[in-house]
Ligand binder design. Structure first.
Ligand code: GLY
Ligand code: MN
Ligand code: MN
Length: 367
């Protein structure tokens, strides 16, 4: 991303902090850290933080981390004062917060262990500090993508499709799910991706009935369905795509069900434009699957936002009355999953625009 983006993003957050009379936000969610600062280190789980941002309502923001990440933090987070916490984050904050005159500290309650929040609370009681749990202050800024971000997402989708196109002809009966997943992931890296954006899903036959199947040593039989759900990270931005196909001759049942899922996907895409609710889009696709008699076999939401994280807001769910906005990037991924038979999911990514949506995939090369 152009370095110019970061001051603009920070300024928007600082305005929101001042509006809510908060003195600072402690940013713990890795994608949020990255979005605001450019610091791209990941956490290996919520218990293993690679640092936090402390963004005051006014003035210079801080990036607090430990010695393992110091050089990376200093290189990447140019506009931030990088400091180490040799005795841990809480001990460091106990000194820093009073120095900065912070009285109302917000923290990301959706991305902090209860144990850490409890220790922070104990620290706050010893200082004249009020803690304010917040959710989605940064996510709200991230939800609408800039054209630079959309271009980065487009490039990520293109590379992901290139990887699929390269591996797809090599998928043959006798291969295992693990072998196909390995071929996809090594190809991702060979073609320039940082790596997969989530654990690659490869499921043959009945395994495809598990929407988030984990690849096994099951070998592919001729005529069996193959579900591949894959994504990669390129220049920080994620892709996410699912294809379901048969090597050999598909059964008529497979073809019929694939058509249902495809019609549902098209109905979902056709419903997308700025101003419609997530619920309306989900239900447009769900109605196709329900009317074909498979309603109870489509349990998950229709889609989700994608950006620096593979799962972001908005959630295209029948429970969400939030409105889509131009510049959001979402997946459209209906599926039907039948235990003992298998499953079919088709997943593309689209950009929400004022009068419709723009498909980021080039999916006609496949269907
Ligand atoms: N790859 C997980 C998903 O499609 O959301
Ligand atoms: Mn996916
Ligand atoms: Mn997805």
């Amino acid at each position: 991303m152009p370095a110019l983006r970061f001051p603009e993003r920070l300024a928007r957050l600082q305005t929101a902090l001042r509006r809510r009379k908060l003195s600072a936000l402690l940013v713990t969610q890795p994608g949020n850290r990255n979005y605001l600062s450019g610091y791209s280190a990941l956490d290996h789980g919520i218990q293993e933080s690679s640092g936090v941002l402390l963004v005051p309502a006014r003035g210079t923001p801080y990036l607090l981390t430990d010695s393992r990440f110091y050089l990376q933090a200093a290189e990447e987070a140019r506009g931030f004062t990088v400091q180490l916490y040799p005795h841990g984050l809480i001990a460091f904050l106990r000194k820093l917060l009073p120095q900065l005159g912070i009285r109302r500290l917000a923290f990301e309650s959706h991305y902090m262990l209860h144990a850490t929040a409890a220790r922070l609370q104990k620290t706050a009681r010893g200082l004249d500090l009020e803690l304010q749990p917040v959710t989605e202050m940064v996510e709200r800024l991230r939800v609408v993508k800039s054209e630079d971000e959309i271009e980065a997402l487009r490039a990520s989708v293109r590379l992901n499709e290139q990887v699929f196109q390269e591996v797809y002809p090599a998928v043959k009966p006798g291969m295992t799910e693990l072998e196909v997943a390995l071929a996809l992931e090594t190809t991702m890296r060979r073609l320039g991706a940082r790596g997969p954006s989530f654990e690659t899903i490869v499921a043959f036959g009945p395994n495809a009935a598990k929407p988030h199947a984990v690849p096994t040593d099951r070998t592919l039989a001729p005529g069996e369905m193959v579900l591949i759900d894959m994504g990669l990270v390129l220049n920080g931005y994620c892709s996410d795509m699912t294809r379901t196909f048969v090597v050999g001759r598909p059964t008529q049942t497979f073809i019929d069900r694939l058509r249902v899922v495809r019609r549902a996907q098209l109905a979902g895409m056709n419903a997308i434009r700025a101003g419609v609710t997530c619920r309306e889009v989900d239900l447009a696709a769900r109605a196709v699957i329900r009317d074909a008699g498979y309603g109870k076999f489509f349990g998950h939401a229709l889609g989700h936002g994608v950006g620096l994280d593979v799962h972001e807001n908005p959630l295209l769910s029948s429970r969400s009355r939030k409105q889509l906005r131009s510049g959001m990037v979402v997946t459209v991924e209906p599926g039907i999953y039948l235990p003992d038979w298998g499953g079919i999911r088709l997943e593309n990514m689209v950009v929400v625009r004022d009068h419709g949506c723009e498909l980021l995939n080039n999916d006609l090369t496949f269907l």
